[in-house]
Design a protein around this ligand. Structure first.
Ligand code: PLP
Length: 430
């Protein structure tokens, strides 16, 4: 019964594992092994030929990792997933699985800084061009498209602006051309379901909300199974032409008997096999622990952030609150259309500018001052003097970072303690 549940609260505890068949262990075991004994020569041959699915080597798959993959797939409503060593590896592999030297992808400008660097410098150095467009105008994706465009890419809830991405608008344009939309849903697991709005692939940094406890770095690529890779075969040569690295397999055909999972099978058996950004069994275990309480934690993150947004909006030293629930116009419409709650992130601007921002951060007692988001603990950072300090003042403004901007990732502590810490730090920053 539970195996078929559509409810995330049940899925995260029960999908993919019900007591270890050998020992009866209830918690998902950490299968700390590199390799797996084959039944016989024929079994080994079938596994390598992809005639049968099974464990071969932990760089490519592992039973602890499989439970994690199955659970994230189920909460996203996808077909299959691949866990990797970091969120960065997830973004890179998700794109490299489709785009080769000479190809391009089109990305929203509103990105996490690490992804920005990957797109602005590292992918181009490998011959993959990244064309940046303003997400406020979905049609900009169409205008930037040419014959070598292999994917569109965006973040659901990018900070610091916290403007929700127009998922359906851009996914629909892509589907006309055979171009999948890849969504980085790191900041909005459960509260946004990109596949319901036409996205083809989700990527996650598991490091954030899904892990939830700041212990492990990891990433995930989830395949919706709903994208027709064969509709425009010339658009997706990696999946529609013989792959010399897998004895000439044409992925969309070779994988058909296993379901609509050609994209993720190639990501696993070619990209992960060759580039090696594998997760570890113990990190997969840590993420399973985090995932088991994600629905409860997300509820509390969102509840607390809404209360903090209200508190800040009424504070005399705060000139602006940046929070999806306090936006209006098109930004608010997108937030209400694509998310079931407004998330745990918010930003605000201090009247006293850069100096007040610095003082505020130094005066926090409970909040941690770290360059991270999505931890169970509350976190704060002053981007103008840290994450965005290498940018010119004009570039800072273009990304939405003003001198007095402070970013908060609201944790799951008691709301009274969160507000009390903000209150005393605001008084000190005066
Ligand atoms: N995507 C987003 C939205 C992020 O915030 C981050 C990290 O901060 C990443 C991807 C990269 O994830 P990781 O640090 O796990 O490589």
């Amino acid at each position: 019964m539970t195996a078929d549940s559509k409810n995330p609260e049940t899925i995260v505890l029960h999908a993919g594992h019900r007591a270890d068949p050998t020992t009866g262990a209830v918690a998902v075991p950490i299968y700390q092994t590199t390799s797996y004994q084959f039944d016989n020569a024929e079994h080994a041959r079938k596994l390598f030929a992809l005639e049968e699915l099974g464990n071969i080597y932990t760089r490519i798959m592992n039973p602890t990792q499989s439970v994690l993959e199955e659970r994230v797939t189920a909460i996203d409503g996808g077909a299959a997933a691949l866990a990797v060593s970091s969120g960065q590896a997830a973004s890179a592999l998700a794109i490299q699985n489709l785009a080769s030297s000479g190809d391009n992808i089109i990305s929203s400008t509103d990105l996490y800084g690490g992804t920005w660097n990957l797109f602005a410098n590292t992918l181009p150095s490998m011959g993959i061009e990244v064309r940046f467009v303003d997400p406020e105008d979905p049609e900009a994706f169409r205008r930037a498209t040419d014959d070598r465009t292999r994917a569109y890419y965006a973040e659901t809830l990018p900070n610091p602006k916290l403007h929700v991405f127009p998922i359906k608008e851009v996914a629909d344009i892509g589907r006309e051309y055979g171009i999948p939309l890849i969504m980085d849903n790191t900041a909005a697991p459960l509260i946004c379901r990109p596949f319901q709005h036409g996205a083809a692939i989700n990527v996650y940094s598991l490091t954030k909300y899904i892990g939830g406890h700041g212990t492990s770095i990891g990433g995930m690529i989830v395949d919706s199974g709903s994208f027709d890779w064969e509709a425009h075969p010339e658009r997706q040569p990696n999946l529609n032409t013989p792959d010399p690295s897998y004895h000439g397999a044409v992925w969309v055909e070779a994988v058909k008997p296993m379901g609509p999972i050609a994209y993720i099978m190639r990501a696993r058996t070619v990209m992960l096999r060759d580039l090696g950004a594998a997760t570890t069994p113990s990190n997969a275990f840590n993420f399973i622990q985090g995932l088991e309480t994600l629905p409860l934690r997300m509820e509390r993150h969102c509840q607390n952030a809404a209360a903090v947004a209200d508190y800040l909006a009424g504070h005399a030293d705060v000139t602006k609150v940046i929070y999806p629930g306090q936006q209006d116009g098109e930004a608010r419409r997108r937030a209400d259309t694509y998310m079931s709650a407004y998330g745990g992130l918010l930003g605000f601007e201090l009247k006293g500018g850069r100096e007040a921002g610095r003082k505020f951060i130094d005066s926090l007692e409970m909040f941690y001052h770290v360059a991270n988001i999505g931890d169970a603990r509350s976190l704060a950072i002053h981007p103008a003097t840290t994450t965005h300090s290498q940018l010119t003042p004009e570039e800072q403004l273009a990304t939405g970072v003003t001198d007095g901007y402070v970013r908060l990732s609201i944790g799951i502590e008691h709301i009274d303690d969160i507000i009390a810490d903000l209150d005393q730090a605001l008084a000190a920053a005066g």
